[in-house]
Design a protein around this ligand. Structure first.
Ligand SMILES: Cc1cc2nc3c(=O)[nH]c(=O)nc-3n(C[C@H](O)[C@H](O)[C@H](O)COP(=O)(O)OP(=O)(O)OC[C@H]3O[C@@H](n4cnc5c(N)ncnc54)[C@H](O)[C@@H]3O)c2cc1C
Length: 659
């Protein structure tokens, strides 16, 4: 059985990373040229890693299932990326970013990793600016910042509401440069279906060419999984439709432990569900909470229009409950508060499952400043609103357009209606400090790993982590492993491990076609999503989770006896792709419920109704649950728990408060 050793370097917290990277074994340039690295995924984590490793001299093969690396889900990221640059002179520092992240994650993340993340955060911005990423600037040309939840400083760098797109274009350009020089071989429209483990080490993958259906063997000295998050296990989420867990799950079945699978982030500001027809939900970026105030009517079941409800009959419940952070409390806190108000009968809109996000007050405030800049004295309200609207448009224009297109309402005139939705998964493949999984030579980066965010991720920290992993961490840590692999010759692809892995992948595909059932893949996916949302979603309890586990086990049986996959294996077949992904989601869903049931406490995004304070806040149990739950896969879809104890030596563990 693999050892669970986080490999955290010795020494002072602030020096661990510097010392380690300065003393790590290196691979010399001539040797790098004969070492092959497989990078699965070309989102921010994968593209940054592949480009950097190739630039360092390694031979890289990079895979993605989309038709271009530019279509990775990272492109959807809207609001921004954090970095402790202290450009606003508002008291930010590496330590404060570290502290905010540990506290934001409800004291369930590793101190050493989070401190390293805070340390390299500033380098990421320099790197991206050097690449030409057009981060927003102030009038004078300096980089601009805004606030995100769970912090009291402005450390979020952004590019309008398209930060992910601009960052990805930067990483993609770096990647394509290496492709152009022949140092990265890019395989688009390829889906990894198996990890190949030779003598206990990851040595390759089996990938399906999605256009021809052909199964291909690819070998390498190390394999990096940068394959994103698994929020789509809930069917409805803000993730791209294609986001899935297959790569991570196949690795899990080959010995990689899965860390904290139950930690799911429910984002408070999404466009509410409008009906059964939907297959996707849309995020309204957290950046909007810089200027949008969240409220519900003070009166239950109030049917008046928002504009007819006077100021003193509105409940700005986040500002009321959390005066120190107000509308910028972390996502888990804001989501629960919205649910609490709606459950209590104060929700708005037809479904009553929505709250208002209102920009009026800040539009007027901006207008007043703008009028002053333009030397307009004593401007009337209309002038202020007109001028303020331009400022709001400049900051959030594309998000407002998106909202208007989807809902048919003009958010410049009416408050947005929003409700929490599944957004991000803090859980993922367990990795040590070097980003290596429990399978030697198999690494995981970005959202695919169990990450640095503990039980709740602060906004604008995913892009930071993915790029930290790819640009600044793996380029160092992988060298320590590869320096011991210099004698390893190119891995022969006719090794029995390749033959077996390919046969496995083919066996699953054949099984799908043999079932010839009556139900579509989506039918099962929707059913799974409903169970997960209702019983392992924003609020969980032992009874619901126990039921969910039984229901998912039954669903798995039904799936494998009644799913219908049309078409052929040897052709472009999106239904077949979905079938494989949903089969893995079903197994993952069960593990998420098992993990949630095991964790008899509430922390961050994991809210067990039995464990809450009198005020309805999450109640941790540090004595019994200050550990990372790392699950090992066992034959017959069984799971064994391993624990990585979390030690807090630099931060005093306390009840999280944003009041
Ligand atoms: C709507 C939205 C807005 C967001 N906004 C922000 C924000 O403002 N700030 C922030 O910090 N975070 C934000 N996030 C979170 C952030 O975007 C993601 O966590 C991050 O981009 C994930 O990057 P990644 O590289 O890990 O994965 P991804 O970008 O998801 O890339 C995964 C890659 O893996 C490939 N892949 C997956 N499986 C396979 C397989 N089996 N075989 C081959 N290839 C495979 C895919 O093709 C893709 O290239 C947002 C998320 C959403 C949903």
């Amino acid at each position: 059985m693999a050892e669970l050793n986080a490999n955290i370097p010795e020494g002072e917290l602030t020096e661990k990373w510097t010392k380690l990277r300065s003393s790590m074994p290196l691979v010399n340039p001539a040797n790098k040229r004969s070492i092959e690295i497989i990078v699965v995924g070309s989102g921010l984590a994968g593209a940054s890693a592949a480009a950097t490793l190739a630039e360092m001299g390694y031979k890289v093969k990079c895979f993605c299932f989309q038709d271009s690396p530019r279509r990775a889900h990272s492109i959807a990221a809207q609001g921004g990326i954090n970095a402790a640059k202290n450009y606003q002179n508002d008291g930010d520092s590496t330590y404060r970013l570290f502290y905010d992240t540990i506290k934001g994650g409800d004291y369930r993340a590793r101190e050493a990793n989070v401190h390293r993340l805070a340390e390299v955060s500033a380098n990421i911005i320099d790197q991206c600016v050097a690449q030409g990423v057009p981060l927003a600037r102030e009038y004078g040309g300096l980089l601009d910042n805004r606030s995100f939840g769970g912090t009291q400083v402005q450390r979020t760098f952004y590019a309008a509401g398209q930060t992910g797109q601009q960052l990805l274009l930067g990483a993609y350009s770096a990647l394509e440069r290496q492709v152009g020089m022949g140092k990265v071989e890019m395989f688009t429209r390829h889906e990894m279906l198996e990890v190949v483990v030779v003598d206990g080490k990851a040595r390759g993958i089996i990938a399906r060419n999605l256009l021809t259906g052909e199964l291909e063997r690819h070998s390498g000295h190390a394999v990096l999984l940068c394959t994103g998050g698994y929020g789509n296990v809930f069917y409805l989420s803000t993730n791209a439709m294609g986001s899935n867990v297959t790569a991570a799950w196949k690795a899990h079945k080959k010995g990689a432990f899965f860390g904290n699978p139950c930690y799911t982030q429910i984002h408070p500001t999404c466009i509410p569900v409008s009906g059964d027809h939907q297959s996707k939900l849309t995020l309204m970026s957290e950046s909007l909470r810089n200027d949008g105030r969240i409220w519900v009517p003070k009166k239950k079941d109030d049917t008046r229009k928002a504009s007819e409800i006077p100021e003193d009959e509105r409940d700005y419940y986040l500002e009321r409950r959390y005066p120190a952070f107000g509308n910028l409390v972390p996502r888990d806190v804001a989501s629960r508060a919205a649910k609490e108000r709606c459950d209590a009968g104060y929700g708005v809109g037809k479904s009553k499952l929505a709250v208002y996000l209102d920009f009026k007050a800040n539009t007027e405030r901006y207008g007043r400043i703008e009028a002053s800049v333009q030397n307009i004295h004593n401007p009337d309200k209309e002038t202020c609103m007109r001028l303020g609207r331009e400022v709001i448009k400049e900051k959030y224009g594309n998000l407002f357009d998106m909202y208007a297109q989807i809902t048919g309402e003009d958010p410049y005139e009416l408050p947005m209606r929003i409700y929490p939705a599944v957004h991000y998964t803090m859980g993922g493949l367990w990795v040590d400090y070097n980003l290596m999984t429990t399978v030697p030579g198999l690494y995981s980066l970005g959202e695919a790993n169990f990450s640095d965010h503990g039980a709740n991720r602060l906004g604008a920290s995913a892009l930071m982590q993915g790029l930290a992993d790819g640009y600044f961490v793996i380029p160092y840590t992988i060298g320590a492993y590869l320096s011991k692999e210099l004698a390893t010759k190119p891995i022969p692809q006719d090794h029995p491990a390749f033959i077996e892995a390919e046969a496995n992948a083919r066996g699953i595909i054949d099984k799908f076609f043999a079932i010839k059932g009556t139900k579509t893949v989506d039918y099962f996916h929707k059913k799974l999503g409903k169970i997960m949302w209702e019983k392992c979603g924003m609020a969980r309890n032992a009874k619901g989770l126990t039921e969910a586990i039984a229901e998912i086990q039954q669903l798995r049986k039904d799936f494998w006896s009644d799913v219908r996959v049309p078409g052929e294996a040897n052709e472009f077949n999106p239904e077949l792709e979905k079938a494989g992904r949903v089969a893995d989601f079903i197994e993952l869903g069960e593990l998420m419920c098992i993990d949630a049931l095991n964790r008899n406490e509430s922390c961050g995004g994991h809210f067990r109704e039995e464990y809450q304070t009198e005020e309805g806040e999450a109640m941790r149990d540090d004595e019994n649950y200050a550990y990372v739950a790392a699950w090992e896969f066992k034959e017959g879809v069984k799971f064994e728990l391993h624990k990585e104890e979390l030690k807090f030596e630099n931060i005093k563990v306390a009840q999280r408060s944003y009041k």
